[in-house]
Write a protein that binds this ligand. Structure first.
Ligand SMILES: Nc1nc2c(ncn2[C@@H]2O[C@H](COP(=O)(O)OP(=O)(O)OP(=O)(O)O)[C@@H](O)[C@H]2O)c(=O)[nH]1
Length: 326
């Protein structure tokens, strides 16, 4: 009997990165709901201790597993290895793995896992790093500092939110991306609507290429200027108090608040309410608009909040939120 080629036996792993709010969850939803005949296991890393994206991701036949222990840079080795090993015990149930990283994570530590960890190196193959870029905000971010790493290490770049910029803008941004990373394929998308064959199982990642660019790729150091605060509080919120607190918070700390998200149980409302913010911009939604599910009869009402930013005071945030509970 012909022995199976080792490389063929490896399960492809795709890593989705992208700055906060660029469209990573939109891409995961696109993949989960697509008619592609592939069974894909999704691992999500929420930056914070409670999972919120999980509630926003549409459920489908694929499995979604969530990692909740803070920044992927720090916990990746333990958590990711453990989760991947658990997944591998059920490997007859999927053909590919997709890892959605937090918007701030440098993809390096995720990618390293597949080379550094012996238990995984032989069984999984890092297929590609897919970076989602927000066409509207990328230039501002490139001018400031952050997503260079995400752009530099990407194998495929989705220039998403193409609907929000002109064709000239798209050309200029593509040129700027190419100046950072000439070898990545750049695909313009709206709502991350991309042919899945262009992003999954494409064998795009090459360690040699990356090491040539960054010889220190395999020894990443964590940037600890930014922290996350996540907490869960049982009970029902008084809507006006919550609004007043969030408005004050955005006004006073908006500059330092990169991202905020919450799942809220509002007093006397059967709907599950959500808020999400980027700096001072806050939007609200609820299960009445088809986002997530209403509270089920008998289900415990609980609130989950996550804040990501600089100089966050966990105790204060929690106490202020607690004061909104009836
Ligand atoms: N106009 C426009 N909006 C989009 C597009 N793609 C996504 N969005 C919106 O952008 C917002 C952020 O999208 P998400 O998919 O949640 O982004 P994310 O990268 O997962 O966000 P984080 O998990 O916070 O990092 C949502 O309100 C989306 O509906 C697009 O192509 N055009």
């Amino acid at each position: 009997m012909a022995a199976m080629n080792d490389a063929d036996a490896k399960i492809p792993v795709s890593v989705v990165t992208g700055f906060l709010g660029s469209g990573k969850t939109t891409l995961v939803n696109h993949i989960l709901t697509g008619q592609h005949g592939k069974k894909i296991a999704v691992i999500e890393n929420e930056f914070g201790e409670v999972g919120i994206d999980d509630a926003l991701v549409l459920r489908s036949k694929e499995e979604v597993i969530e990692m909740n222990n803070g920044c992927i840079c720090c916990t990746v080795r333990g958590d990711l290895v453990r989760i991947l090993n658990t997944l591998l015990k059920r490997k007859d149930r999927f053909d590919a793995i997709l890892i959605e990283t937090t918007g701030l994570a440098d993809p390096a530590p995720v990618a390293q896992t597949f080379f550094v960890d012996d238990s995984l190196a032989g069984r999984l193959a890092l297929d590609a790093i897919i970076t989602v870029v927000d066409a509207k905000h990328i230039e501002q971010h490139l001018d400031e500092e952050k997503p260079e790493g995400q752009v530099a290490f990407a194998d495929v770049i989705l220039l998403n939110k193409a609907d929000l910029v002109s064709e000239d803008d798209q050309k200029r941004i593509t040129a700027r991306i190419k100046a950072i990373n000439a070898s990545a394929e750049v695909i313009n998308t709206v709502k991350c609507n991309v042919d899945l064959d262009k992003i999954i199982n494409i064998k795009g990642f090459q360690l040699e290429k990356v090491l040539e660019m960054d010889p220190n790729f395999l020894d990443h150091k964590h940037d600890d200027r930014v922290t996350s605060v996540g907490f869960e509080v049982e009970g029902e919120c008084e809507g006006h108090r919550l609004n007043a607190w969030l408005s004050r918070l955005m006004m006073e700390q908006g500059v330092d608040l990169f991202r905020s998200k919450g799942i809220i149980a509002v007093h006397k409302s059967p709907e599950r309410h959500f808020f999400q913010g980027v700096h001072m911009l806050l939007t609200f939604g609820s299960s009445a608009e088809g986002l997530g599910q209403p509270w089920q009869p008998g289900e415990k009402r609980t609130n989950k909040l996550v804040f990501i930013g600089r100089n966050l005071d966990r105790e204060q945030l929690r106490a202020d939120f607690q004061a909104c509970i009836i």
